[in-house]
Structures are given as C-alpha cells and as structure tokens.
Write a protein that binds this ligand. Structure first.
Ligand code: F6P
Length: 588
C-alpha cells in the first residue's frame, strides 16, 4: 500500500508542530547543562569490531544536535510510520525496490561471504556469482603483482624500464629503506610502488570512478601493487595528462563502465586505445593491456576487450565500488586489503539489519538529517574528514547522496513540493576547510549540520612536531565552538567590534571516529553512509536507486554536438543559441 506524503504523515506533522512550538527555541548549551549524562545518552560506541587491522572501535557522538529525548523518540516513531523496517527487509531479501527500473538493490551481496545465508534472486543465490568474480579478481591481482600476467612483449608488467645505472641506484635505495627500522612496511611499499614504472589507468566516470578513486587514495598507506590513476572527464586534458607519464609496455587500462555506453568513458577508452596502438602497432597487444569492468558483455566484446570482470544490474553505479569496479583498488592495495574493505562494510550491513533503531548508527544519522532538512528546512549538509587521505570522501558522497535522494517524485508518482528531500552535500578535508568556508559555518546566516570524521590513533611524528595532535585538537575544537559559540564578548573588545566577534553557537554537529583509518574501518564508514541514504529515501518515500535526472542533459548534449561541428542547426532559446554562436565564432 502506498505511503501518504511525508507532509501528511501524522508523526511528521507532530514533529513540525513541536519544532514551531518549542524546538526552534531549543539551545544545546542548556540541554547539556540540564543533563550531565547527555553524551552517554546520545552516543553509540561499537566496541566489538572484528577488526583484523587495528581499526576499531567506532564512536558516533550525536549529542551536539538540537534534539531532546522527546524529539528523538518522535523521529524513531517516524521511521516506523514510514515502514523503514519493512523496506530494509525488502532490500536484504532481494525485493525489487528500484521500482522504476524493476531491479533489486543488492550492494549488500557484494560484501557477503560465501558461507553467509543465501540472497536469492530469481531462484539463484547471488552470492555465488559474487564469489566467482571476487575469486577471478583475486587471481588477477596476484598474477599482476607477482609478475605472472605479462605485457605484450612478454616482459613482466612489474619489470622496470630503466638503465643499468638506474637499476643499481634503485636497488641501493630500496636496500637502505628496507633496513631502516624507522620506516613502516606501508611506507616501504609506497616508496617501492613509486619506483615501479608500472601503472593502472582506470577509465570511468561517476560511480565507475569516484568510489575506486576515493578508496585508492584513502588506502595509500596500504599500497602493495601498482598505483592507480583515474581518468574520468571527457575533457581530453585529463587523459593526455595521464598518458604523458605512462609507458604503453607496462600500463594496464581498466575500462570501468556498468553500461559500457557512457559517452565520456567510451570516448576516453577509444582515445586510450588509439594512443596505445600508435605506440605498439599490434592489435593483439590489446588483450594484455586492456580489461573491462561491466555488466554489458556484448558491448565489451564489440570494443575488442577479451578480459572482463562482470557485475550485475542489481548493483547501482554509485554503490559499485565493492564489485569488479573496485579492481584498481584491489590491484593497488592487494586483494587481502580489498577483502578487509568488504568485511568492514559487511559488519555495518549486519549492524544496520540487526541493531535496534535507537542504537542503529545509519538510522540515527538519517533521522537527524530528516529533522534538519525536512522538518526545519536546513537544506545543506557538510562532511568534514580530518584525514588528508579522505580528501575525496565529500566528492564521493556527493554522488552517493545527491544522485540517490535528489528526487521530487514519491514511489507512487506523487510530486513532492511540501518538504525537502536530499540535502546539498559538500565538504572538504579538515583543517583546510577551516581556512575556507568555516567562517560561514560559525557566523553565516545559514545553519549547516556537519559530520566531523577522525581517527584517534596517533600517526608517526615526522619531525618532532605532533601533526596528529594538532589535527585532532582542531577536530574537537570546531564542534565545541559551533555549539558553545561566544555570545558575551570580553570587556576588552571595543563596542563597534562586538557584533563582528559574536558567535551565535547552537549549531549542530556529529563526530564520527574510529581508532585508525584502515581498509576495514573505511568499508564500515562508506557502508554507514550508504545505509543512511537508504533510510532517508525510505522516509521521503523516493526511489534512491534510479537517476533519471541525468538523462535530459545527456540527450540535449547529443543534439548540440553536430551543431558545434556546423553540421546541423537547432531550435533553441536565444541564450542557448547565443552560446553556440559564440563557440562557432571563437572556437576554431
Ligand atoms: O551519471 C549517471 C551515471 O549513470 C551514474 O549513475 C553512473 O555511476 C555513471 O553515469 C557511469 O555509468 P557507467 O558505469 O554505466 O559508465
């Protein structure tokens, strides 16, 4: 049975009334004073993580939010009233919850282990297919890293392309760093990787780029194989820039595209192939240097690629990094680390499925987001990772969240105009953001609920200066400052400066922390946001798994292309035509 619009849901209307009545006057400073146990009540610690890599435990502190126990309870009631648990069960049991494309949504199956309870779709346990492709990936990664998979000349792909002198210098350098006890193995691997004249170039866009690109950077310290480079933009500068630094004899191109029809990816893949053949002059060499990750095997064959790592239409592009789309990550970090990434996500999948709603991390994050975005109307959300290796996380989450929940039609086709759905998601790595947009977070007229993400374990000091302590002190100080504010200027501040030095405070934040950024905790973190997105989609009653909104622009661009080549004329508004005319005149 179709759900009523959220704005007609009696629990939602209660929340709106509560906000208008008392909620808008709530002050977190008073809430903390009234209840010394507030942190304990409004935080979740997962301390039993089966973390094989020193990553756990996990903390979500959501006590610095403008909620009372009464509001939190109503939000939990809202989850029930929107049938969250039924929808969640439907996803886990392969229900076709992507209704507009008649597809199941099973990124959870990509993280399952082969002996987990079956996930049956159309009479088949999908975990069997997933395991088969993971085994194929594992063998391929090992073959490449161990030099069993060779380039077209028969040379190991990991062999160095350098003179005898350089080879000797490299061996000497490696010997020095390998015996230097102060360097961690990860640092040695990174240095070693940097020495290898061997590259993986992943060509893909959107979900076939952002996930593996973000994760391979996040796991830089776990590098044991070739460094992955990423080409996504159809702007030829992106590809040519990467091609400048690679050698065709020792380069593996991974063409990553679920549909294998995406204009940007196919254009980049064709140009990469042309560049490769111009250098190598042997079509048969393609087999050793191009592999594909796709659901569309006929299109891959048509392109002339013979090695494909398959995935399936129940894996959405922006949820696909766990599938064959993660091959570049598995090559760079080694398959064992890729499996740990999957295990971290699997841990969170089980938590999301089994934990009671009031202790369920993605549910809590999602409900707070609905409170701010839909009930109150604060429509933007910042993600602020205090770790340089996570600098691409905001961009990754932008696609995950905004392509999933940037919708205005309910599942039954009603138009949504009376509340906000998906937030405008943005962010940047701390502390850089502090010197850019935090001014607005502290004193702007808009309120931007924010997630601060950090890792407790101290990193090595590189020069006697404790960078990590400085980083963490900033991470802790910002949410404190945003909440406490400074409303009473000190007597020494001149009268005319007081309005400018006024910090209103009472601005909401979450702090999300684990001990260390590892493959396991990274998997957990990403899956946490995936399930948050699911919960919000369930409450807004939208289909989080289609993306029709990207179609119209693509279609119009196809029509404009021949106009830019002077081969056709279109029927446009005067602005669009004016831009076309400018390019025709100045673009030659
Ligand atoms: O932007 C639309 C989109 O379909 C994304 O959902 C997807 O991740 C991306 O394009 C790339 O698609 P493909 O993997 O099929 O090339």
């Amino acid at each position: 049975m179709a759900l009523p619009l959220l704005s007609e849901d009696p629990v939602y209307t209660k929340l709106v009334a509560l906000y208008q009545d008392a909620g808008s006057k709530l002050d977190m400073r008073e809430l903390f004073q009234q209840d010394p146990e507030r942190f304990k009540k409004f935080s979740v610690e997962l301390d039993h993580l089966p973390c094989p890599d020193d990553g756990g435990p996990f903390l979500l502190d959501y006590s610095k939010n403008i909620v009372t126990p009464e509001i939190f309870q109503l939000l939990l009631d809202l989850a029930k009233s929107r049938k969250l648990e039924d929808k969640r069960n439907s996803m886990y049991s392969a229900g076709k919850i992507n209704t507009t494309e008649n597809r199941a949504v099973l990124h959870i199956a990509l993280r399952a282990r082969s002996d987990d309870p079956p996930i049956t779709l159309e009479g088949k346990n999908v975990i069997d297919d997933v395991t088969k492709v993971l085994n194929q990936m594992e063998k391929f990664c090992n073959d490449v890293i161990n030099g069993v998979w060779t380039g077209y000349t028969g040379k190991k792909l990991t062999e160095l392309q350098e003179s005898g002198f350089l080879q000797a210098a490299r061996k000497w350098f490696l010997a020095v760093i390998l015996t230097c006890k102060k360097l961690r193995p990860a640092a040695v691997n990174t240095s070693y990787g940097a020495w290898l004249n061997f590259f993986v170039v992943n060509i893909g866009i959107g979900g076939s780029d952002l996930g593996p690109c973000m994760v391979s950077e996040a796991l830089t310290q776990y590098q044991v194989g070739p460094k992955a480079h990423f080409v996504s933009n159809v702007d030829e500068s992106h590809l040519t820039d990467v091609l400048k630094s690679v050698n065709p004899e020792t380069t593996l191109f991974i063409i990553a595209s679920k549909t294998f029809t995406t204009q940007e990816t196919i254009a980049n893949a064709q140009s990469a192939r042309k560049w490769f053949l111009e250098k190598v002059k042997d079509d048969s060499a393609i087999a050793k240097h191009f592999v594909a990750l796709s659901t569309n095997l006929p299109k891959v064959q048509e392109f002339g690629i013979t090695t494909t790592f398959e995935f399936w239409d129940y894996v959405g592009g922006r949820y696909s990094l766990w599938s064959a789309i993660g091959l570049s990550v598995a090559l760079q970090s080694g398959f064992a680390n890729f499996r740990k990434l999957l295990d971290g996500a699997r841990f969170l999948d089980q938590h999301f499925k089994n934990a009671p709603l009031e202790k369920n991390v993605p549910v809590i994050l999602a409900l707070l987001g609905v409170w701010y975005n839909s009930v109150i109307g604060w429509e933007s959300h910042a993600v602020l990772p205090y770790d340089q290796f996570l600098s691409k996380l905001p961009a990754y989450l932008q696609q995950a969240d905004m392509e999933s929940n940037g919708k205005s039609a309910t599942l039954s086709g009603k138009r949504i105009t009376s509340f906000n759905t998906g937030p405008v998601l943005w962010g940047q790595a701390g502390t850089n953001g502090q010197h850019a947009f935090y001014q607005l977070l502290h004193q702007g007229t808009r309120i931007v609920p924010s997630d601060f993400i950090g890792f407790a374990k101290k990193k090595e000091d590189i020069s006697g200066i404790s960078h990590h302590s400085i980083l963490l002190a900033n991470l802790i100080a910002q949410p404190e400052a945003l909440m406490v504010g400074r409303t009473q200027p000190s007597a020494s501040i001149p009268e005319e400066l007081r309005p400018h030095k006024f910090f209103p405070g009472n601005r909401p934040t979450n702090v999300i922390m684990t001990k260390k950024l590892t493959p396991f905790t990274l998997g957990l973190l990403i899956a946490m946001y995936e399930h948050k997105i699911f919960v919000q989609g369930a409450i807004w009653d939208v289909n989080s798994y289609d993306q029709w909104g990207v179609e119209l622009g693509k279609e119009l661009a196809k029509a404009i292309e021949p106009e830019l080549a002077g081969q056709a004329t279109g029927n446009h508004d005067s602005s669009t035509q004016g831009i076309i005319n400018f390019i025709l005149k100045n673009g030659k």
